[in-house]
Design a protein around this ligand. Structure first.
Ligand SMILES: [Zn+2]
Length: 228
């Protein structure tokens, strides 16, 4: 049986790597300085590099079921997504965070069904989208679409619970973007906080919310210390 994966690894080195060798060298010598933290669903049909046209060194990626953001709390555990958010904001000092969900999301669909008793971690994880679910037993396509979009906004709100995120958004050093990618249309709908709605990128004047408009009470500098 031919080893397809091995073939792909060899082709990467001879083709893609060869074409961008100097870029990879630069990224090794200078280190990575991505401006964007991209939190996306693990779904195989969501391809962040294709959507954004990004190349090596441009996206700090976190992917999980549903593109969910866990709360910033004191609970102990192996919080991979929370750790990545902290690292991206504090160490890499990214300038924007994108939360990207999508149409036909299995994680969102699972909010309306039973999860296998063999998957306790999945069942627990899905609770991060629970508030987005609508009170219907059998969701149709429109309900699922709305749930997907509501879940994205929910994660943006939860991101604002991270002190280092909230402080930088208030200081206008960081912007948050909610994206809903409709696979079959090739269209990303970006969340517009002013309109409280998702707008197709082809009709939008911006790539998403931009910074939440800070409350006067939120006049914090990036260190989290209230401004005088
Ligand atoms: Zn998904």
């Amino acid at each position: 049986m031919p080893d397809d994966l091995l073939e792909r690894l060899r082709r990467f080195k001879s083709d893609a790597f060869a074409a961008q060798r100097s870029l990879f060298r630069h990224l090794v010598d200078e280190g990575q300085r991505p401006l964007t933290l991209f939190i996306g669903c693990s779904d195989s049909r969501l391809v962040p590099y294709l959507l954004t046209g990004a190349g090596p060194g441009e996206l700090f990626l976190v992917r999980n079921v549903g593109a969910f953001v866990p709360p910033h709390d004191q609970s102990q555990g192996f919080h991979g997504t929370a750790a990545a958010i902290e690292f991206a904001v504090l160490n890499l000092q990214v300038r924007r965070i994108i939360v990207c969900g999508h149409s036909h999301c299995g994680g969102i669909r699972a909010l309306y069904g039973d999860v296998s008793p063999e998957a306790p971690h999945l069942a627990c994880w899905l609770e991060l989208g629970r508030e987005a679910a609508l009170p219907v037993a059998e969701p149709g396509p429109e309900v699922l679409r709305r749930t997907e979009q509501r879940a994205i906004v929910l994660q943006l709100e939860r991101l604002m619970g991270y002190p280092m995120v909230r402080a930088r958004v208030a200081a206008r050093e960081l912007t948050l973007h909610g994206w809903h990618y409709v696979i079959e249309d090739g269209e990303v709908h970006v969340f517009d906080v002013q309109r409280g709605a998702f707008v197709p990128a082809s009709q939008s004047e911006h790539a998403g919310t931009g910074p939440y408009l800070p409350d006067p009470d939120d006049a914090l500098d990036a260190s989290g210390v209230p401004a005088a």
